[in-house]
Structure formats: C-alpha cells, structure tokens
Write a protein that binds this ligand. Sequence first.
Ligand SMILES: [Zn+2]
Length: 293
Amino acid sequence: MGEPFLRSKKGSPTLSSRETPTMNDVVYIVLDSCRYDTWEAAATPNLDRLGVVERRWAYASWTSPAHQVLLMGLLPHVSPPGVHASEVYRQELLSWRERLGAPDLEFAGFLPQLNLPTALKRLGYRTLGRVSLPVLNQHTVFATGFDDYRLMASHADFAGMIQQMSFDPGRPSFWFLNLGETHYPYLLPPEDAPRLHGLHGVVKDLAHAAEPVAVGPGFDPAEMACLRKAQVRALETVDGLLPALYAKLPADAWIIVTADHGELFGEDGYFGHGPVMHPKVFEVPFVEGRRPA
Ligand SMILES: [Zn+2]
C-alpha cells in the first residue's frame, strides 16, 4: 500500500469528529491459522486481485492473544532491521489513514482504550464482527467496541458471513471477519484426522472429565502432508467465495486479508499452534487494497 512513511497534517479529521461520508468501508478478514506458504501453494486468483501478498509476522502464536493485538489496530508486523520498534508501531498506526481514507487522521481517540472498533465508532463507523472460533465468542473481551458481534453457528461459514454483511451509504462500516475454514481440522479434513481441540474445547472437555487426547512426540509425515494440503484446499475454497464478497462491497471498500498465526505440520516435531515456539507459527500472509473493480 502507498508510501510507507506518511506525514501528519494539521486541522483535519480527528477521532472525535464525524467525517463519515468520505471515509472508506473496511473489511478486515483474518484467515485463522493460515500459513504464509499455504497461500503461496494455493491457487488464489481472487485474493491476488487485491495485491501482492506479503510475508509478515504475528505478535502471538494462537488465536486469543493474536486477536487482542489485531483489535488494538496493530496488523501482523514487518521486521525491519536497524529500526526502533516504536517506529514500526508508528508506521503501522499511521497506515490506518490510507485504509480509512482519512489522510489527516489524528490518533488521540485511540486512547485510553487502545481498541480499534471503539476508535472507529468515535469516527462514526458501524462496527460489526463475525467470528468462527469459540474462543472469540461474543461473551469475551473481543466483542468490545462492536455494535454487532457474533460467533457463527458453523466453524466454517464464510459464505454465511457474506450473506449477513450489509453496508449503509450514509455511514461507513467496519466489518471484522474471523474465518475458521483454514483452522484445523480445516474445511475438508481427511477422514482419519485426529480429533484435537483448541483452548475452548479443552476447557469443555475438562468439565466433563474427558480423556485427554494422546498425541505423541512424533507425527506421521504422510498425515502431516495430507493436513497441509487440506489447509491449501480450504484457502482455495475461501478464494472462490471472494467474488461474492467483492460484488457486495461498495466501490470505496478497503479490504485487509491476513492470518492471526501460522500452523506447524510436523516441522521439527511440532503439529498445531499455540504453545509452540517455531518461526512457522509466527509467519503469516498479509495483503490489502481497494475492492477490485
Ligand atoms: Zn487462530
């Protein structure tokens, strides 16, 4: 997107003003667990229309802390050497000016909450969220600042999210979508894929004194390769739904597509994400741009 170092200007919209008619609708899509190299391996003609995918880094290795950071307005980060971390934060926050179509936007309204939907509401945005992972459900802190935020009934229903989306010509909308299609067990898992839970499912099973899932220190390479292909197929299915999304969006809409974290498919003895310390769990894809014509 645009020049990386935007300059601030004076006398322009602030987060306390209502500059709604000129601001962009924004659709922010998080492909849960989608690896950067899954995107490279997949055929994604519709995502490609947004721009060239970047390799970026997640601030956290699993859904809950990663979404906390995303909803603070910090996208997965670049990692330039020789630059103070504070400058990376600064540039990332300033990039919201281009996304929102507010080149002179000031940032006092991000404080004290440091919550993106809250800040956007102050600008006059409708703030709407649809999520797929139970750990992000509407009773959690992640619903903060949203006018309308819901956990979808299905783990993998991007098509249903698109159907629920609406836009108001008199007021910009911020739609935040967390997609489960790319999260294990993926949209089309192999029939014999092991049954594994995230934190939400683990807590539910503990309440019922269920047997712990036995996973050994080693993973079958053939099974891992099969699961990796399942994530690639899931991303291709998501890509196939994008024309329906593009058709629904106003011409000014700005689209962000990224992932909250990656996934391990047996590399160095790891499978999954979360309590895993490995570069592949932090490496994520990132692309953004105006709705393709
Ligand atoms: Zn996640």
